[in-house]
Write a protein that binds this ligand. Sequence first.
Ligand code: 4AZ
Length: 248
Amino acid sequence: IVGGELANVGEYRMQVAFVRRKDNDLRCGGTLLNNKYVLTAAHCCVDRNGLVIAPEEFAILLGAFDITDLELTGIKEDIRRITVHPLYDPESMANDVCVIELMNVVEIVSQKEPILRTTCLPPRRHNDPFVGSNLTVVGWGVTAERGDISNELLKVQVTALSNEQCNEQYDGAITYEMICAASPGKDSCQGDSGGPAFKEVYGRYMQVGVVSFGHGCARPDFPGVYARVTVLNDWIRMIARDGVWCRG
Ligand code: 4AZ
């Protein structure tokens, strides 16, 4: 996250970190859909050759604020299965979403303080006039193009653009299933991929985007690009078959 600020502890308990299993090295962000499934970006789920990565080499950190301090704040869960959107295209980055099935069901509603939450996707067939909306993006990604990742969760506010406007910068590469957002000096960046862009409605967070790509980070002429959840909603809900529990 570039130009952001510290999230409040416990504010984004649906946020997960997609890490290398052996050393918790950050790969991507993501969100918890229900007690078994995580939403992230397709490009987080494939290797350089476009093959789906081996689930046993990665893990998901849930409920974390500081990803180096799991003992205090988080849970580490193994991965059972990785499902990439069948129409994901690494060339165009179209349909950049992936659903990860956790090895074990996680406890969302516990007797103790709730440490996990689930993300809220827009209602099915939600028509999205998000242009001009403030979106909040969160993640542990780098704080500058050549910066370091953040141990603590950061958040930043950006404004949603029309695809028409975004295409002026990206030369027509922005397709229907993408949504762009930008604000001067503020952006998502490497390591934030797969994480959420939320629109706050009635004090709840509705996830309208998945961090996907951009030409650099926070460059004045290049907005951040997100997978558009309203368009990919039905596929996500179908794969996360036990339903998407919204408590975001
Ligand atoms: C990346 O490299 C990346 N500014 C993610 C998001 C953005 C740029 C780069 C958006 O994963």
